[in-house]
Ligand binder design. Structure first.
Ligand SMILES: Cc1ncc(COP(=O)(O)O)c(C=O)c1O
Length: 635
């Protein structure tokens, strides 16, 4: 067997570059997670999965590592604290968690409870999120910033909450919204704390670039800001404005775009201050990106800067502009969602056995016994026997041509199903042989450089891409994916990952590889009776809430885990994934009604003696169990 070390595995999955020192491979060859970067403490993911199975918690399972989440909150606050010290910044920094990134109550509660020591706040963008924010803030006293479009009900809720004592800033996204705010404030006699969102001409980069720039959906143009100031002045409400907000998009990949936006936002702040608006806070929104593929580049699944560089630039640029203008520096707020929660959750699921070798007939024998072998098949057989490194290219071209000829002949009725099956079998044998030769050939001929695609096998994994990592499907985002065991063994298969939905789009064919984006994922040949798990990493941001019920595959099981010095880890919370009746209910089916309908039908069948009473009750039992069971595949 070829020598292979865990370092080789780390290299081919580019682990050291995307793992942020939170993930590593242990001596057993299993993937591990650490509570914070470079911590010696670790949890062996494979051992954890085995323990979960013993607890009857089935895959797919979303593992939420709460210490990692805490660590991310702490690091963001820490880097801003040192940037403030380094730059002698005379005001404060505060982080607000935008709950759209992951609204799960237990997650937001954990963020609120841990983030309290960092004075964390919540950012909400809709009425339901506002209600969730108020609920979490109750008792914790967390401040809330309200973005998004607002109707009278939204505004009135904020006004009354403010009166009761909640610290809520209502950010004006549109002028007509301001009219409504003024009207309701006059009517209720409650003065709100206001923010104004500015539409910067600076744009971000990548998939979310349109959140910034002149055509952005949100925010006031400069002329509208002047109009807003006049409207508020007329109503003697200008002192209500405490915050200036800007956001140029999520996952900004280039630091220079961030700098340009910061300069523009800081300029607007200083000018507004000069016009007499008593702004105390400059909110720079989200956008701090995550290096999903570890390439440290401006490719859209990566970023070309570190958190430290980001924080330093924010503080430096704002201070610089304020000093130049002779205006007091504002307190700074950032709403980093992705960078806070991406790392803390990992989806682990089992691969459904792909090894069909022992189910196949003996084609060798079929070929030997065949009385009349079709010429196309015969030619493929000859190529298989004779191919070597010298005939490689020519034989490769001939093979491709012959296999397409086999399909045409079959469609025209000149090739039997048996012959086509033998041609298919010979094709895969030739491809394997070519691969063996290509691996030893240096340099690899250009047209054979993508050859591994022919070798790519489909590994079926027990999950729904649409439910668990929708951005992989919707916007081609890369997420690190790798096996969580056998990482001390050389992977012998190049694979794509197909989910269990009935959708050909439910397949992942782009992976984080050693040299950037790879078209296949190295995996191990699955042994008989082996449970082989793969992990999907950095999926804590946006994926859970954007996930949908395609094919009625519901929420996965989720487990909250904390590190424990004595026992290694503790399971804090288990959240059962959706049962079948729950996803059916979402589309208006009712479990009891289904059972009644089927039972009525069965009784008719029993009466006409087509079905026995035992068969009928077994069927009802089965249906009942399915309704109560997990939507994903079992044994
Ligand atoms: C207003 C606002 N703030 C914050 C965020 C979070 O952005 P990110 O996850 O990139 O930090 C968003 C998301 O796009 C947003 O619209």
């Amino acid at each position: 067997m070829e020598r292979w070390s865990i370092n080789d595995s780390a290299k081919i999955y580019n682990l050291d570059n995307w793992g942020a020192d939170l993930f590593s491979i242990n001596k057993k060859g299993n993937m591990c997670v650490h509570p914070s970067s470079n911590s010696k403490q670790s949890i062996d993911l494979r051992a954890l999965m085995d323990d979960l199975i013993k607890r009857k918690i089935k895959p797919p399972v979303l593992l939420r590592f709460m210490d990692v989440l805490q660590g991310r909150i702490a690091s963001i606050s820490r880097v801003f604290k040192s940037a403030i010290q380094e730059n002698d910044y005379p005001a404060k920094y505060q982080t607000f968690y935008p709950i759209k990134v992951n609204q799960q109550r237990q997650v937001v509660e954990a963020i609120a409870s841990y983030g309290k020591r960092y004075n964390i706040g919540l950012e909400v963008g809709s009425k339901p999120e506002l209600v969730a924010g108020i609920s979490i803030s109750t008792g914790n006293g967390l401040p809330i910033i309200c973005n998004g479009y607002k109707d009278a009900e939204y505004i009135e809720t904020v006004l009354y909450a403010t009166k009761i004592g909640y610290d809520i800033t209502l950010v004006v996204e549109k002028l007509f919204e301001l009219e409504k705010i003024i009207e309701l404030s006059k009517k209720t006699g409650i003065m709100p704390k206001l923010g104004i969102r500015v539409k910067l001409s600076s744009k971000g980069t990548g998939k979310w670039a349109t959140s910034g720039g002149e055509d952005a959906k949100f925010g006031l143009r400069m002329s509208e800001i002047i109009a807003a100031i006049r409207m508020l002045e007329e109503q003697e409400m200008l002192p209500c404005v405490k915050l200036l907000h800007s956001h140029i998009g999520s996952q900004i990949t280039k630091i220079d775009k961030i700098k340009t936006a910061l300069i523009e936002a800081a300029r607007v702040y200083t000018e507004m201050r000069k016009l007499g608006v008593g702004i105390e806070y400059l909110d720079i929104g989200g956008g701090l990106g995550v290096d999903y593929d570890g390439s440290k580049s401006s490719y859209f699944s990566s970023v070309n800067y570190t958190i430290e560089e980001y924080a330093n630039d924010v503080i430096y640029q704002i201070k610089n502009i304020c000093d130049e203008a002779g205006v007091e520096c504002p307190n700074i707020i950032s709403e980093s969602g992705r960078a806070t929660v991406a790392h803390y959750s990992v989806l682990v699921t089992n691969v459904l056995n792909t090894n069909t070798q022992n189910l196949m007939p003996d084609f060798e024998e079929m070929l030997a016994q065949s009385e009349k072998v079709a010429p196309t098949v015969r030619k493929l057989q000859d190529i298989f026997k004779s191919i070597d490194r010298y005939s490689l290219r020519e034989d490769y071209h001939d093979t491709l041509q012959l296999i397409s000829e086999a399909v045409s002949l079959f469609n025209l009725g000149y090739l039997t199903l048996n012959d086509r099956a033998i041609a298919e079998w010979l094709y895969s044998k030739i491809i394997k042989k070519i691969n063996g030769i290509v691996e030893k050939t240096k340099p690899i001929p250009e047209e054979l450089q993508n050859f591994q695609l022919h070798m790519r096998q489909t590994y079926f994994a027990n999950f729904s891409l649409f439910q668990s990592i929708p951005d992989s499907w919707a916007i081609d985002q890369l997420f690190p994916i790798m096996p969580i065991q056998r990482l001390n063994q050389k992977p012998d298969v190049m694979a794509s990952i197909a989910d269990i939905t009935c959708d050909s789009d439910g397949e992942i064919t782009s992976f984080v590889g050693e040299n950037g984006r790879a078209k296949s994922l190295p995996l191990h040949k699955i042994k008989k009776d082996e449970e082989y798990y793969i992990g999907f990493f950095l999926i804590g941001a946006y994926q859970e809430i954007l996930g949908d019920l395609h094919n009625l595959f519901g929420d996965t099981n989720a487990v909250h885990i904390t590190f424990n010095k004595k026992t290694g880890y503790m399971i804090d919370t288990v959240i059962n994934g959706d049962a079948t009746w729950e996803t059916l209910k979402y589309v208006q089916y009712k479990g009891p009604e289904i059972l009644k309908r089927v039972r009525d039908n069965l009784e008719k069948s029993v009466a006409s003696r087509k079905t026995s009473i035992e068969e009928s009750s077994h069927f009802i039992e089965l249906l009942d169990r399915t309704l109560l069971g997990y939507t994903y595949l079992g044994e």
